[in-house]
Design a protein around this ligand. Structure first.
Ligand SMILES: Nc1ncnc2c1ncn2[C@@H]1O[C@H](COP(=O)(O)OP(=O)(O)OP(=O)(O)O)[C@@H](O)[C@H]1O
Length: 249
């Protein structure tokens, strides 16, 4: 089995008397989508925030690519390639496909967006941007404004921009939220492609998407992982059915 990219060991976090994270251990392995599901208030977002460095756990530790990252803040963790989302909102509608991807390449290099204009004429950004555009199936569309892209092409642009950030792992907290059925369907296809570039820890309430995408699922209830397994194992698990999936599973 390949070494995990991300490992959580015995993480715990309380808010007053409430144990939002209760001795959670799990890992994320290369090439996989590991979904984190559970009822409202189970502690999914709190866990993601501890991985991203936005909340400090009371105890336990997070290892990323073999390195303990407990002392790093969110910016340093992002710089190591721990991508908190794939920054869909960062698409600039008035910029072309090439310009948008160049900005993402520039962002990955840690440069500031204050220098947006020089970036757009920087040849060092053009070559990697064109590579990601081609890799995402958008070649020939470099000079089209993002606002004028067809729906599916816009998703391809988001993939190109995500890849330009050179992520080593994605932490996605409810990426399907607020999307219609078509959007969720598109995003499902995108995530299935992205996981081969970088594994994804996915918090998602849309069970159709989770069951279609996840290689493994962990179920969180009252801050505790009550089960981790494949889609089939989780669907059949009596404790999961009782505490979360109900009769729908
Ligand atoms: N900053 C905070 N201060 C106090 N309590 C908090 C804080 N953040 C979260 N909580 C509590 O911790 C528990 C876990 O919340 P969290 O948002 O992590 O759950 P969740 O599984 O992501 O829920 P949902 O599915 O509704 O998004 C909840 O009871 C919540 O009210």
């Amino acid at each position: 089995m390949p070494e995990p990219i991300l490992t959580l060991s015995h993480l715990s976090k309380s808010f007053g008397a409430l144990k939002a994270t209760d001795d959670v251990s799990l890992d994320l392995r290369p090439g996989e989508i590991h979904a984190l599901i559970g009822p409202n208030g189970a502690g999914k977002s709190t866990l993601i925030k501890q991985i991203a460095g936005e909340i400090r756990p009371d105890s336990g530790s997070v290892t990323f690519e073999g390195q303990a990252i407990d002392d790093l803040g969110p910016a340093d963790r992002a710089r190591l390639g721990l991508a908190r989302s794939f920054q869909v909102s960062s698409v600039v509608p008035g910029f072309t496909v090439l310009q948008n991807v160049m900005l993402a390449v520039q962002g990955a290099s840690g440069a500031s967006f204050r220098f947006i204009r020089p970036a757009l004429s920087d040849r060092n950004l053009t070559a990697p941007a064109l590579f990601h555009i081609q890799h995402s199936g958008l070649d020939g569309r470099e000079t089209v404004k993002a606002a004028d892209l067809a729906h599916g092409e816009r998703r391809r642009l988001e993939i190109a921009m995500a890849l330009a950030m050179r992520p080593r792992a994605f932490l996605l907290d409810e990426p399907m939220a607020g999307m219609g059925a078509e959007g969720a369907h598109d995003l499902t296809a995108i995530l299935a492609e992205l996981k081969s570039e970088a594994p994804i820890l996915l918090v998602e309430h849309d069970m159709d998407a989770v069951f279609a995408l996840a290689d493994r699922i962990s179920v969180l209830v009252y801050g505790k992982v009550i089960a981790t397994g494949t889609v089939d194992e989780i669907r059949k698990n009596p404790e999961v059915r009782r505490s979360y999936l109900g009769e729908e599973a």
